[in-house]
Design a protein around this ligand. Structure first.
Ligand code: ADP
Ligand code: MG
Length: 247
């Protein structure tokens, strides 16, 4: 695993991030004061049980969800507290997101699934299509350019989703359970791909509930009950961390 210099710039910084959802019985405190710092070139897996707040955390970083309290900085910009238009534009240019169920556009070709977000970000159509072809080649989908996502296998769809996430050269690649909808071979293939992208210098944050998947990353961050418990996950302090949601 390539080591990341402790002096590499911080690409993601969260400070005291809280998010509570209204629910019928009682409010759900999905994030209870998250602090996290990730440097350029890191491949970080955030691991924790279902319901501990992983997706909420990723969505807050992506600007798809807002924090109630705290600050979120991506690539040196504070993204918390911005209006939705600013956030959408920032995400388009600086953040790539990969989801468990791919979220591709079913009615257009593999190539257009990649080229469209580049065109929306302002790239000329011809350049966007050229870049899409390069990414298809890079991810082993060069012969699938004209096919619809629906005829591709799960693993191929996820590779396509990763290509799309990379098209605008994001500072940060986020992935929410990217292997969750794949069989174990397909999952390993996606993990290998992330490791390759990491070696190429991409900064990747992946959330997963699977220890096996997380083990592929360069750094593990443990999460439980809406907070990051980090290296204390395995020791007896974990039960104390459980009861104390202020840091
Ligand atoms: N939109 C929402 N409305 C209400 N509760 C939500 C919403 N999104 C997430 N939650 C709740 O917040 C908690 C954390 O959810 P989530 O971030 O999806 O966890 P994970 O991804 O770790 O499984 C869960 O209790 C979940 O039910
Ligand atoms: Mg989730």
């Amino acid at each position: 695993m390539s080591a990341v210099a402790p002096t590499a710039p911080v690409v993601l910084r969260l400070r005291g991030v809280r998010r509570t959802f209204d629910a019928e019985l009682a409010p759900v405190r999905a994030l209870r004061g998250v602090n996290l710092e990730i440097r350029a070139g890191e491949f970080v897996a955030i691991i924790g049980p279902s319901g501990c707040g992983k997706s909420t955390l990723l969505n807050v970083v992506a600007g798809l969800e807002t924090a109630d309290e705290g600050t979120v900085e991506v690539a040196g910009e504070t993204i918390s507290g911005r209006d939705p238009d600013w956030t959408a534009r920032f995400r388009r240019h600086h953040i790539g997101v990969v989801f468990q169920f791919f979220n591709l556009i079913d009615g257009v070709s593999a190539m257009q699934n990649i080229a469209l977000p580049a065109a929306i970000a302002g790239m000329r159509r011809r350049d966007a299509e050229a870049r899409a072809r390069d990414l298809l080649d890079l991810l082993g989908l060069g012969d699938r350019a004209d096919q619809l996502p629906s005829v591709l296998s799960g693993g191929q769809r996820q590779r396509l989703a990763i290509a799309r996430a990379l098209v605008n050269e994001p500072a940060l690649l986020l992935a929410d359970e990217p292997t969750g909808a794949l069989d174990s071979d397909g999952g390993l293939e996606i993990l290998e791909l992330f490791r390759r992208l990491h070696m190429d210098g991409h900064t990747i944050v992946m959330v997963t509930h699977s220890a096996e998947v997380a083990a592929g990353a360069g750094r593990l961050v443990h999460m439980r009950d809406g907070v990051i418990i980090d290296g204390r996950a395995e020791d007896a302090g974990a039960s104390e961390a459980h009861g104390d949601d202020r840091e």
